[in-house]
Write a protein that binds this ligand. Structure first.
Ligand code: FAD
Length: 465
């Protein structure tokens, strides 16, 4: 029998593995997955810290307990991953002033209610916009229309946690139409579950990989169709095929290629396309946002923060918006570990990535002393993930910015001849999420299957009215 077409998949994160599995199931098995790093999983990454496996990349299954079943939740349940419901209900009792301790909970609740009302109005406004996205506005523009521009420390930290804490970028940047409401929560449910499992969240990617790649008795993937530590730096494409080159000088020929690297990577020159990608494609890629969202891990000799029900999440309201704002203790997830996690994003993430960890430690200690007083111990360990500096990621996940229509969004995913694209940034409803990456992998692979099997290769991106 004929060997069938060959496909190279660039990247072994969730979307690349999902795409490869879909191709394999469609009978396209002459695959070669080239992954730059030494592991499978990409932005889902467990890391040992202070004796436990923490998640430096994705950590929640977002969108649970709704009308539709989130496919990632399905996988997590199948694997019996240890997961923890994230309870934000009591947050009004856990917001700290810049100095002088907690705010009065009723004051916080009033501020939360104002923000919720604006968000509800935003959803109504958003549904009435034309689907093209051409009349989209930023989240901030809508806040202005509502005469709700958060400017006090309290309003700013609530605003931060509602927007930046989810999208990694501020309301000034973020598209209203694509975030109010958030399809992840309307379709899959409002709940979030944090993964804290010794096998890591990345085991969902391994689970998919094991469904179509060969592995040994220990479960280690030994299939020659996946090669690790292969950094693709050149893709030459023509009407008849593709040549993919890696930094170590290897050359691979194939009929098609599926590029699954982050949009942050596509915005750099790590992979040189020959000929250059067409202008419409380059513009679409460069217009989208790659956000930076950082969870910093701090290990303490003992705990000095409140514990028990309704204490896990707490906020720090600085005059400087986004300054070490969201805190979490993880004593349910990692009992007795005395780990605190603080979240920053965007400019703060970039600033912090560039400074020594000792400086970051000092800054967090100043904030913690403002919240809990002078008599608290120094952390014995700190972990600062650096996704933005990493040339294989250049950020953490995409965020839909104001100014990108639905048509332009579709152009990001559209194939260019034999070069196909996937990744979380290509999922229209679920960009930015693990389930977005998973579903995008399936969608892009099916597009390729349509071309290979049924000859429908000219994927037309229709301008949407
Ligand atoms: P990637 O995982 O980036 O996969 C692409 C692969 O390509 C990588 O393995 C990369 O190493 C490889 N690669 C890059 N360049 C090359 C090259 N030149 N040659 C070969 N290989 C290359 N989502 C959620 O649902 N819930 C969360 O709580 C959540 N939190 C997050 C927190 C952080 C800090 C981060 C980083 C992400 C978070 N996300 C979360 C988003 C989620 O992790 C991503 O949407 C998803 O994992 C992206 O998968 P992907 O396959 O699109 O991309």
């Amino acid at each position: 029998s004929k060997p069938g077409p060959t496909v190279i998949i660039v990247g072994a994160g969730m979307s690349g593995i999902s795409a490869a599995k879909t191709l394999s199931e469609a009978g396209i098995k002459n695959l070669l997955i080239l992954e730059a790093t030494g592991r499978i999983g990409g932005r889902i990454h467990k890391t040992e810290f202070a004796g436990v496996n923490v998640e430096t990349g994705a950590s929640w299954v977002e969108g649970v307990n709704g009308q539709e079943l989130n496919p990632i939740w399905n996988l997590a349940r199948k694997l019996k991953l240890r997961t923890f419901f994230s309870d934000f209900e009591n947050i009004s009792a856990n917001v700290y002033q810049q100095v002088n301790g907690l705010y009065d909970a009723t004051v916080v609740q009033a501020a939360l209610d104002r923000a919720v009302n604006v968000s509800k109005a935003a959803a109504v406004f958003s549904e009435a916009l034309p689907p093209s996205g051409l009349e989209d506005i930023s989240v901030l523009t809508f806040q202005r229309l509502q005469k709700h521009v958060p400017s006090t420390a309290l309003d700013m930290v609530i605003d931060y946690s509602n927007h930046d804490g989810e999208f990694g970028e501020p309301p000034r940047v973020t598209s209203l139409q694509n975030t109010e409401p958030i399809p992840t929560f309307t379709n899959f449910g409002e709940d979030l579950y944090q993964v804290a499992d010794p096998r890591g969240y990345e085991s969902v990617v391994h689970e998919l990989a094991h469904q179509f790649l060969g592995f040994d008795a220990k479960g280690t993937i030994t299939d020659p169709r996946i090669k690790l530590n292969k950094v693709v730096n050149r893709i030459e494409y023509s009407r008849s095929g593709v040549i993919v080159e890696t930094e170590d000088g290897s050359t691979y020929k194939s009929d098609y290629v599926m590029v699954s690297t982050s949009i942050g990577v596509l915005q750099t020159s790590l992979i040189k396309f020959e000929p250059d990608l067409p202008t419409w494609k380059i513009l679409a890629i460069y217009q989208f946002s790659m956000a930076v969202y950082t969870r910093i891990f701090l290990k303490f000799p003992y705990k000095f923060w409140p514990s028990g029900n309704g204490t896990e999440y707490f906020l720090y309201a600085s005059d400087r918006r986004g300054y070490y704002p969201i805190w979490q203790h993880v004593e349910y997830e990692y009992p007795g570990s005395n780990i605190l996690i603080v979240t920053v994003s965007d400019e703060e993430s970039r600033r912090i990535e560039q400074q020594p960890d000792s400086t970051t430690k000092d800054e967090t200690m100043e904030v913690l002393r403002n919240m809990f007083g002078e008599n608290i111990p120094e952390p014995t360990d700190i972990l600062v993930p650096r996704w933005w500096s990493n040339r294989f990621y250049r950020g953490t996940y995409s965020n839909w910015p104001i100014g990108v229509s639905r048509y332009e969004f579709d152009q990001i995913r559209a194939p260019v001849g034999r070069v196909y694209f996937t990744g979380e940034h290509t999922s229209q409803p679920y960009s930015g999420y693990v389930h977005g990456a998973y579903l995008a992998g399936i969608d892009s692979a099916l597009m390729m299957v349509g071309c290979i099997k049924y000859g429908s290769c000219d994927v037309q991106i229709e301008p949407k009215a």
